[in-house]
Design a protein around this ligand. Structure first.
Ligand SMILES: [Zn+2]
Ligand SMILES: [Zn+2]
Length: 290
């Protein structure tokens, strides 16, 4: 598994890559625009070029883009729903320009008027977004939530219900596991057997492997639906839980991204070191079929 961090781009995209390298990242995640705004200026050609150059120079990858938090592909409000898939298409285009390998997105909320229609509502938004995004662009990864309130995508079953309804974008979409969200949703990832059963559940419900991991420890007990990230080993998943993650053959080669609270560069340097220690202590398993 490759280890990296979500890094800020306020100082420039190329600077973000240099920062990532300086704290030990092997791969990284960025926002392709402000995560709390709908509109953004297009990425300038020289910004894109400098980012791609820095990625090459530092041999960094895979590169992931996380979408803005405003996107709600399940919204009841048709205007917001259309705004959401249009924004997702724009994120895909930005990520393609940056040479990203994958875009990670949250799905949004349950379709309140007709909750049974939620997977269909979200799937048609994804189909529309990808139909308007560059065909040879990055993959789109759907991220699990902490199963709090009316969010949709609370685990493999809900993610799979959307994946099963995709039409034009089938084959371009996968899944991303956030460890804190899964743990908060009730999958006790401090336990190796729960890691195994969660991976099996992804297999069964989504019929595809996990392609990226957001490795965040969890500040609250499992099953409390509270999404508060903690440093690796300081939360309720603990060192044992992340050691079990590195021990899963199905996850061999998957990029692992931390999204930590705290001050740069300490939060990133320290958490990457902790993960690398756990990875090094584990004999990395061979990928399935190898
Ligand atoms: Zn996320
Ligand atoms: Zn989170």
């Amino acid at each position: 598994m490759l280890i990296g961090a979500h890094v800020g781009v306020a100082g420039g995209y190329d600077t973000a890559v240099a920062y990532a390298a300086s704290v030990g990242c092997e791969c990284l995640q960025v926002f392709a625009k402000s995560p709390r705004q709908w509109a953004a200026r297009p990425l300038r050609a020289e910004v894109v070029r400098a980012f791609r150059d820095a990625i090459r120079v530092h041999a960094m990858g895979p590169v992931l883009v996380h979408t803005a938090y405003l996107i709600n592909l399940g919204s009841d409000d048709d205007i917001l729903w259309e705004k959401s898939w249009t924004a997702l298409a724009d994120e895909m285009a930005r990520a393609a320009a940056l040479g990203a390998d994958a875009v990670v997105t949250h799905l949004g909320t349950v379709h309140r008027r007709d909750p049974a229609r939620t997977p269909e509502r979200i799937a048609s938004a994804i189909d529309l977004a990808l139909a308007h995004a560059p065909a040879d662009g990055p993959r789109l990864l759907l991220e699990n939530t902490a199963a709090a309130g009316s969010t949709f995508g609370d685990g493999p079953e809900e993610l799979g219900s959307v994946l099963g309804m995709l039409d034009v974008s089938a084959g371009r979409v996968g899944v991303c596991l956030d460890t804190c969200h899964a743990h908060a949703a009730g999958y006790d990832l401090s336990r190796a057997d729960v890691w195994r059963s969660l991976i099996e559940e992804f297999d069964r419900c989504c019929a595809m492997p996990i392609e990226a991991i957001h490795a965040n420890d969890c500040a609250f007990p499992t099953g409390e639906h509270r999404d508060r990230h903690a440093w690796i080993g300081d939360g309720t998943i603990g060192y044992g839980g992340f050691a079990a993650m590195f021990d899963q053959p199905a996850l061999a080669g998957v990029p692992v991204i931390i999204e930590m609270p705290g001050d740069v560069p300490v939060k990133d340097a320290e958490n990457i070191t902790r993960l690398k220690r756990l990875r090094d202590a584990c004999v990395e398993p061979a990928p399935p079929g190898a």
